[in-house]
Design a protein around this ligand. Structure first.
Ligand code: BG6
Ligand code: MG
Ligand code: MG
Length: 214
């Protein structure tokens, strides 16, 4: 069995995609850019600044300076953090909570591996402060997924090598990051259909079957 399980946050433990969408939509409207779910999906697992670059692929106005880009990313984050105030403990599903509790009772170490700099705020809103054995997020890395840095740090914080950990992801960038770091991966949602995923999952609680069979 895997000794450690490293969970992506957005799209795996909780569903913040709508809030990311709404915040980026306001920036897009300000710049006269078309923004839709297809573009939002490409931002999954990708850092804030890299997400902005994806948004700007559709921008045809005056070239933006580096400082203007930073200001746009900061504005998006203010909007996003405002929307996160709508989130509470009720946004953590029973299924996710029970599955993680069961994995823990079986002796697995649990960690977060997320590109988000808002990870600690989101965990607080969900009532999960202090729940994980380790938290590796956008504040302790210099390269975002698909680079494996965030997962390698999580494994290191757990005191485990990548071969003893399973990464749980919903995004292509995250599955690629897991593979690059030498981790097996479990894919949820669109990631379940991705070629590099070790175990496609139908639902979060499938982790219990996977864990039990190994
Ligand atoms: C990831 C999300 O978890 O965090 C991405 O999937 C997001 O959509 C990234 O861009 C960075 O988030 P934040 O909170 O640091 O802006
Ligand atoms: Mg995700
Ligand atoms: Mg993520």
């Amino acid at each position: 069995n895997y000794q450690g399980i490293i969970f992506d946050l957005d799209g795996v433990i909780c569903h913040t995609d709508r809030y990311h969408f709404l915040a980026w939509k306001q920036i897009a409207d300000q710049l006269g850019i078309n923004f839709d779910d297809r573009i939002n999906d490409r931002m999954r697992g990708v850092s804030r600044m890299d997400s902005l670059e994806i948004l700007l692929e559709e921008y045809h106005g005056e070239p933006l300076t580096a400082a203007q880009k930073v200001a746009l990313a900061e504005k998006k984050n203010q909007l996003y953090v405002g929307l996160l105030q709508n989130m509470g403990e009720a946004d953590l599903s029973e299924e996710v909570r029970k599955t993680m509790d069961t994995l823990r009772s079986r002796g697995r170490k649990l960690a977060i591996g997320s590109s988000s700099k808002n990870t600690k705020l989101i965990l607080k809103r969900l009532g999960l402060t202090g729940y994980f054995d380790a938290v590796s997020d956008g504040t302790n890395i210099t390269r975002s997924k698909p680079d494996p840095e965030v997962f390698l740090c999580a494994a290191q914080y757990l005191g485990l090598c990548p071969g003893k950990c399973l990464v749980v992801e919903d995004a292509k960038a995250g599955i690629l990051a897991a593979k690059a770091g030498g981790f097996d991966s479990a894919g949820l949602g669109e990631a379940a259909a991705f070629a590099f995923v070790t175990y496609p999952l139908q639902s979060f609680s499938d982790l219990l079957k996977l864990d039990g069979n190994r």
